[in-house]
Design a binder for this molecule. Structure first.
Ligand SMILES: NC(=O)c1ccc[n+]([C@@H]2O[C@H](COP(=O)([O-])OP(=O)(O)OC[C@H]3O[C@@H](n4cnc5c(N)ncnc54)[C@H](O)[C@@H]3O)[C@@H](O)[C@H]2O)c1
Length: 359
């Protein structure tokens, strides 16, 4: 088993192992019993095993819900589930609200648990509901897409989309554990599998040229890719949990990505939008060789580098980016593979800069 420790305010482990899904409930039951022993919770609070609400979407329900339920029941939990339709359109305040009401109807208390079993949509939504319910209850991430495994399940950013823009309502709420079973990726359609690679290529561009070069050569081991990507994210998040500084680096390509998602009415998936964002921002720097390497790497891994939405429609969405501070916007600029820097632009200058990448 590969283990990565995320050293946030309350540290937690990311466990990566083939077949671990079957043991997920028992692992969490053991952790809760240990928390009790460690007096992590105030004396007299019974935290093990309690109730669990497994949040998932319809596709994942058919594939992995029963196995997960069995494991949590074996861990002694009283299990219920909340199944959403799935897709970006389910990541809304309305769906989060129904989930929060469901927890209340089922009598969940502060010591009960939410489990997010699914991709980034389920993880962001379930984490958001867990952070809101009773001012925050524990949750576990069990990512079932590559994107959720390499990125969204780690770091504690939770969110829902508003009609006005992507991830505009959210919170920082770290999970108590992340359990990754790479075996579940076998059922992913190839496009969804590849979309996850975009976030890992991003991690390589930010901090690990060897990780990037694996993608560039088309030769990598997925378990290794997950462990390396999570380690990079963990290091950055441990240093800057609430994104006051260095965590901004993780937004490489994301200003354009979020704008594209919104401009396409979420027809373009997040991972594909990130891939286009990585290429666009690299092209905007005018560094031809770097741009060529990014283009080749994205193409080789089945990812897009452009879309047919007009540049002005994409740029118009940037004004709504939540990373904007007043009239300033922070962009992450690739310097070389494995190194990026954060630069502040006025909104107009940021648009002019990114327009060069969209030409
Ligand atoms: N919180 C963060 O830090 C963070 C970081 C990056 C992305 N995100 C968010 O993540 C979301 C995208 O996540 P995603 O790409 O995982 O999309 P997703 O959650 O919509 O999943 C994609 C599709 O794959 C299906 N699926 C999931 N697991 C499967 C499996 N094992 N086998 C077969 N089908 C499966 C789902 O049902 C869905 O249809 C976006 O909303 C994005 O904003 C959040």
């Amino acid at each position: 088993m590969k283990t990565v420790l995320v050293k946030t305010g309350r540290p937690y482990e990311v466990l990566i192992e083939h077949g671990i899904l079957d043991r997920s409930g028992e692992i969490i039951a053991a952790q809760r019993a240990q928390q009790l022993l460690d007096f992590d919770y105030s004396e007299g609070e019974l935290i093990a095993p309690g109730k669990v609400c497994i949040v998932t979407d319809k596709n994942v329900e058919a594939l992995y819900l029963e196995e997960t339920r069995v494991s949590f029941r074996a861990g002694g939990f009283d299990v219920c589930n909340f199944v959403i339709d799935g897709g970006e359109y389910s990541k809304t305040m309305e769906v989060a609200n129904s989930l929060i009401s469901f927890l209340a109807e089922m009598g969940f208390t502060r010591t009960d648990l939410v489990v997010a079993l699914g991709g980034g949509v389920v993880g962001d939504l379930a984490g958001f509901a867990a952070s809101m319910y009773m001012r925050g209850i524990d949750y576990v991430q069990i990512p079932t897409t590559v994107l959720a495994a390499v990125d969204s399940s780690v770091g504690g950013k939770t969110a829902v989309n508003l009609p006005e823009g992507k991830n505009l309502a959210g919170s920082f709420h770290q999970p108590i554990k992340v359990i990754i079973d790479p075996g579940v990726f076998d059922t992913l359609p190839s496009d969804i599998y590849n979309q996850g690679l975009a976030e890992s290529i991003k991690a390589g561009m930010i901090a690990d040229r060897f990780l990037f070069e694996g993608f560039e050569l088309g030769s990598f081991d997925i378990e290794d890719v997950i462990a390396k990507s999570v380690a990079i994210k963990s290091r950055i998040v441990s240093e800057d949990e609430k994104e006051h500084g260095v965590r901004t680096l993780l937004n490489l390509g994301h200003t354009i990505a979020h704008a594209i998602e919104k401009a396409s009415a979420y027809e373009i998936a997040h991972g594909d939008a990130v891939a286009i964002g990585l290429y666009t921002v690299t092209k905007a720097t005018g560094a031809k060789k770097l741009c060529e390497r990014v283009y080749r790497t994205l193409s080789l891994n089945g990812l897009p580098w452009a879309c047919d939405i007009p540049a002005d429609e994409i740029l118009a969405q940037i004004a709504l980016d939540k990373k904007r501070r007043g009239d300033e916007i922070r962009l992450v600029i690739p310097i070389r593979i494995g190194e990026c820097e954060i630069r502040e632009y006025s909104l107009e200058d940021a648009k002019a800069f990114l327009a060069k990448g969209l030409e």
